[in-house]
Design a protein. Structure first.
Length: 261
């Protein structure tokens, strides 16, 4: 059985680590390099770094930022933001990232998914889907850091990105993001039921039980969080402990009482 991964998500803008709520009003948290050192010590399975400033401002990716992060990490990490070509993917991978995450470009240029998968392998292509539950109860995919409605249904879009060659999907609820009130389990389950590639749940974790529910009720292969690690007392290893006690296989669990100071 595949083991469930615990993945911190770090949002970067203007070279600093930010934490928005529902994609708005980002608060500066720290220097990203210092934070990745902490997560390295705490034995996370992977990291996801998303530079949303590049998406909003349409700036070019700086491989030096990726390289500086890679120099601090032994665990795999994905980098996303401002990726609009396979050449940029190549630069990011050569700088040290194991995966690239695409969101806006995947919607606006869907062939980029297949081009990237053929050139670097599906395992390198993570498609991030930001979805919002509208007033009528239906979900819609948004791009450009959650600001642009696309008219796409997230389940249908998840099926398409899998068919185009994506090796993994990150599904994020815009309304739950940063709220610390739990994942949108209906959204996660609707996607995980329709695709065979791993699905990473994201957006809203506020308790250890939320991670268990994301896997058991949402069907996620991995659980990602940002605010949870910045604004609570919990560590990734404590999340793994909760998952393990619930009978969910996890990687590198150091023991129930273990916590790096």
């Amino acid at each position: 059985m595949l083991k469930t991964r615990v993945i911190p998500v770090l949002i970067v803008q203007d070279g600093l680590l930010k934490k928005p709520v529902q994609f708005r009003n980002p608060r500066t948290v720290a220097n990203p390099t210092s934070i990745v050192r902490v997560f390295e010590e705490r034995q996370v399975d992977e990291l996801i770094l998303l530079d949303r400033g590049l998406t909003i401002d349409k700036e070019e990716v700086d491989p030096d930022l990726v390289r500086s992060i890679a120099e601090e990490l032994f665990v795999p990490f994905a980098f996303g933001g401002g990726i609009r070509s396979t050449n940029t993917m190549r630069e990011i991978i050569q700088a040290g990232a194991e995966k690239v995450s695409i969101n806006t470009a995947a919607v606006e240029t869907p062939e980029l998914i297949g081009d990237g998968a053929r050139r670097f392998g599906s395992q390198c292509i993570l498609v991030s889907i930001d979805a919002r539950k509208e007033d009528d109860g239906r979900y819609q995919v948004y791009t450009r850091s959650g600001s642009h409605p696309t008219g796409l249904d997230p389940v249908a879009w998840a099926r398409e990105v899998q068919e185009r060659g994506a090796g993994e999907i990150l599904i994020n609820s815009i309304l739950h993001e940063g709220m610390l009130k739990g994942y949108d389990l209906d959204l996660i389950r609707s996607v995980s039921d329709e695709v065979s590639v791993p699905v990473i749940a994201c957006g809203g974790a506020g308790s250890l039980e939320d991670f268990v529910r994301a896997v058991k009720e949402g069907g996620a292969s991995a659980a990602a969080a940002g605010s949870f690690y910045h604004y609570t007392k919990y560590t990734p290893n404590m999340v793994k402990g909760a998952l393990a006690r619930a009978g969910i296989p996890v990687r590198m669990y150091a023991g129930e009482d273990y916590e790096v100071s």
